[in-house]
Design a binder for this molecule. Structure first.
Ligand code: NAD
Length: 374
């Protein structure tokens, strides 16, 4: 992980390179450089991370560079991890909780939000407990294991008067936002086709990602969701029908209810279509392609931790790389504290939209039938 100084130097370098960039790229890049290079004395979102695993660790490191968000607490079942995080991030004992007692966070004025970064199957109950404790919830993707559970989480947060955001880091990524800007400006013309290919070769067969209870499924829940979500933000439309086909080469590793590879197709109201691949059995698979009557965008890698690379019919995408989780947490602080509106929704409702599609894809695999979505 880069130090804050390295981070700011890199950003300053991107800002210095700005005069060479095409005009349409200036606004976003300059805005980011300006934000990270000027002192900030506004409100700060104080966040506790629940689940100190591999992604929680990445988020915590990235938050060291945040200006509007700060790590102030932890929730973990492992006392030794809590001790290590306390030392690394200067977290006081009174802001440390375990999975049994974290409801007491309701009486802690130093924590505004809890970021749930645990296995998928636990998100539902944990987010509802966060809501009942009166704290804002940020929840990792997939927000739940089906749309019904996702909706219950949205309802619980609404009832408690707290915000629920889903960790869709790509919704803040500068090159992704540039493609969305171009699409909205009509630069691709009428959108005709999207292709999303998302996958990696998964290792250890005993990990929770291959456990139906904890993962809620297989590759589709974990990595295929990027193709679903990407199809929606790249085309700007919601699918009206879905077809899907599942293939499994290793039923011992990928047990009943844990998908290895699924290909799925979606149709949109405009007539645009999408063709996607989700897999735990192929490496180097992280690619988006958007095709319209007047042009195209191609991104590879398209959803990894970056730098994202891409080009359109107008040339390379040159927006700066900013650590995704740093940008995400600063932007989410803006949403929670100032009611800022993101370009692409990151609310719980957005998470439910993806889960409705996931439900339909599993149903299409099970029945072989085309699924209509309302
Ligand atoms: P991980 O296995 O590295 O960490 C999970 C953490 O949850 C561990 O600290 C573990 O101790 C804890 N935990 C609590 N109860 C548990 C239980 N009953 N069983 C197993 N672990 C339990 O997993 P991860 O890669 O950090 O993934 C966590 C979440 O973050 C998942 O929802 C995943 O989809 C999401 N994620 C998102 C991104 C992203 O780019 N947005 C990337 C990776 C993971």
């Amino acid at each position: 992980m880069n130090s804050r100084r390295d981070f700011l130097q890199k950003l300053a370098a991107s800002a210095m390179a700005l005069p060479l960039l095409p005009l349409q790229n200036l606004a976003g890049s300059a805005e980011y450089a300006n934000f990270y290079n000027t002192p900030y004395d506004g409100p700060v979102l104080r966040v506790a991370i629940m689940g100190l695993g591999s992604y929680g660790t990445r988020v915590a490191k990235a938050m060291q560079d945040c200006k509007r968000a700060r790590l102030t607490g932890v929730i973990s079942g492992t006392p030794s991890k809590i001790k290590a995080w306390q030392a690394r991030y200067n977290i006081p004992e009174k802001n440390c909780y375990n999975y049994e007692n974290f409801d007491q966070v309701k009486d802690n004025p130093d924590i505004d939000a809890i970021y749930v970064i645990t296995p998928n199957g636990l998100h539902h109950d944990q987010v509802i407990r966060v809501a009942k404790a009166g704290k804002h919830a940020i929840c990792e993707k997939p927000m739940a294991v089906n749309a019904k559970e996702g909706q219950e989480m949205v309802d619980a947060c609404n009832q408690a008067g707290v915000k629920l955001l889903v960790g869709y880091r790509m919704h803040f990524e500068p090159k992704t936002l540039e493609v969305i800007r171009m699409r909205k400006a009509g630069e691709f013309g009428k959108i005709l086709f999207f292709q999303g290919q998302c996958g990696f070769t998964i290792g250890d067969p005993t990990q929770w990602r291959l456990n139906r209870e904890l993962a809620g499924g297989g590759a589709l829940m974990d990595i295929g969701i990027y193709a679903i979500n990407g199809a929606r933000y790249m085309t700007g439309e919601e699918p009206v029908w879905i077809t899907a086909q599942e293939t499994k080469t290793n039923p011992e590793k990928f047990k009943e209810g844990v998908d290895e590879t699924i290909q799925f197709q979606m149709g949109f109201p405009s007539g645009a279509v999408a063709s996607c691949l989700s897999t735990y059995n192929m490496s180097h698979l992280d690619r988006f392609f958007l095709n319209g009557e007047k042009g195209f965008a191609e991104m590879q890698p398209s959803t990894g931790y970056g730098p994202i690379k891409g080009r359109t019919h107008k040339g390379e995408l040159t927006q700066p790389h900013i650590t995704h989780q740093t940008l995400q947490m600063d932007e989410m602080a803006g949403i929670i504290l100032d009611g800022k509106q993101p370009v692409v929704d990151v609310s719980g409702e957005e998470g439910v939209r993806d889960l409705k599609i996931i439900d339909a894809i599993y149903e299409a695999c099970r029945t072989g039938d085309k699924q209509q979505l309302s």
